[in-house]
Design a protein around this ligand. Sequence first.
Ligand code: BF8
Ligand code: SF4
Length: 636
Amino acid sequence: HDCTTCSSDACATEMLRIADEQNIETAWHRHAAQQPQCGFGSSGLCCRICMKGPCRIDPFGNGPRFGICGADADTIVARHMVRMMAAGAASHSEHGRHIALALRHLADGHLDDYAIRDEAKMLAVAARLGVATDGRALMDVVRDVADLTLGDFQNQDEKKPCTWLAATLPEKRLKKLGDLGILPHNIDATVAQTMSRTHIGCDSDPTNLVLGGLRVALTDLDGMVLATELSDALFGTPKPVATSSNLGVLKVDAVNVAVNGHNPILSDVICQVAADLEAEAIAAGATAGINIVGVCCTGNEVMMRHGIPLATNYLSQELPILTGALEAMVLDVQCIMPSLPRIAECFHTVVVTTDPRNKIKGATHVDFSETKAVETAKTILRMAIAAYGRRDKNRVNIPKLAQRTIAGFSTEAIVAALTAVDAADPLKPVIDNVVNGNIQGIVLFGGCNNTKTMQDASYFRIATELARRNVLVLATGCAAGALAKSGLMTPEATEKYAGEGLKAVSRAIGEAAGLGGPLPLVLHMGSCVDNSRAVILATALANKLGVDLSDLPVVVSAPEAMSEKAVAIGTWAVTIGFPTHLGTVPPVVGSETVTRLVTETAKELIGGHFIVETDPAIAADKLFAAIQERRRGLGL
Ligand code: BF8
Ligand code: SF4
């Protein structure tokens, strides 16, 4: 395996050299060992839905055209794709349910370690959902909001759409989705129905299956909107914050603790209690105390709310351990590599799992429950402090790079910055500048890392290419991690890479908002569930213009899409009307019908469509062309 093509992240490349020297296997080594990957699986033509299988369809037409049950390539491809969407929706909404239940328990007085930290947000959410707030005790409002939210997991009336979707999307979009019969009524039921209709011998019509996929993908959006909005109420709505990214955020004299996963219910408490144990860490010899750093999406959550530095994103999550300076990696759920304990065995790092449904062989499990959150967080931090004593100082290799990063651009923070320009009509400066062409459009980068491409490279290329053409850039999830590490979340990057129009707008907003310079080139909107923030922003713009989301010059790009969650996100992005780029080829190319459905027919049906393009320069051209097409549609 050739390290020079693994990652464009300088720290990752440095650590991979150490991995080779010390004979430690990482995701990149395992990727190499998997080559060549199976062509049937890659094109979606391997069916494993029943035990008569696996059945494989010959893509060249020389071998079998049907599985044993009679399923053809279209059915097989569609069924597996739709199941990926269901798994993604289940994951995001399980995260959301966890937050909603915590809120319910808080309202009932069962959680001493949590509070409503952003009362204004809580009340705004209540108002959006139609919950009365006037003259009521806060906890009564919280209980009603929690119950309404849990209703999205319980409602059995198929005609009544999910509450959060109805409170989030523009009227025109809701009508369109309702007319197509794909507006979901219940997250859990829709996920279950998706599993059931894809069972052997059920739905085999590819169009009907894909429509079912769009419906379940919309439950993914529902789950993430409620997760984001309720997390803000519980933990605070992010505001711009200066911090730093990449492995240089680890400190040689500190007890370094990485939080990895997704749910702020755990990581936020760890950040809060770290200060209480500072003296214990210093007494153990760590003169710089406790240093919490983030990985993946939970890293984004705590970076946005507490300015916690981001160590790295998905693909390089093993590498903080290789620095020899990481005392503990604390895990909750999703996108966590099962290899972590194996790598930690070569060092002093303790790997701690915390969710009873997400254990990893070789890790230490500490059951985390919200009713004893502070106590558990302290137990975990003390394990890290104890590990500090076992650190081998001769094996410490912390890369130097800690890239300055401005994060925290929640929708509210963006609107607040715009209010400084026009207090009476905050969205007007954006709309005026889209109309006059200073801003050509908006691109939202989302999604993962994937070993099929060089880590982070396409993000940088496409983002700078579009910014040069005056496209405003937003990012979430591991996309945000990539762009933060690349130095694009700074005002300097705006000066360096933005086109003249975008630069002028960015300076005007940044200066009016008291940032003392332009906005960062890329606005960090949060974790993967926080893609919902971009939907809320786009909906506000659409409503103000009186158009649908599919009319806006807004595009989405996932250059390294990997997870089932990313499949679900990409699908709802298309379903609510956005042209959506994938830089990795999804396993659908084995069916021309399904490929055409999602890349062409979707455009006529719902306005959005997938653009599959592995070359970043061409992807930038295609995304810009999609923006121009939308501008022409608006008469701009
Ligand atoms: O939810 S971007 S690799 S960490 S799936 Fe996972 Fe992809 Fe990262 Fe966050 Ni999102
Ligand atoms: Fe084969 Fe049909 Fe079973 Fe799939 S569902 S494994 S195509 S028999």
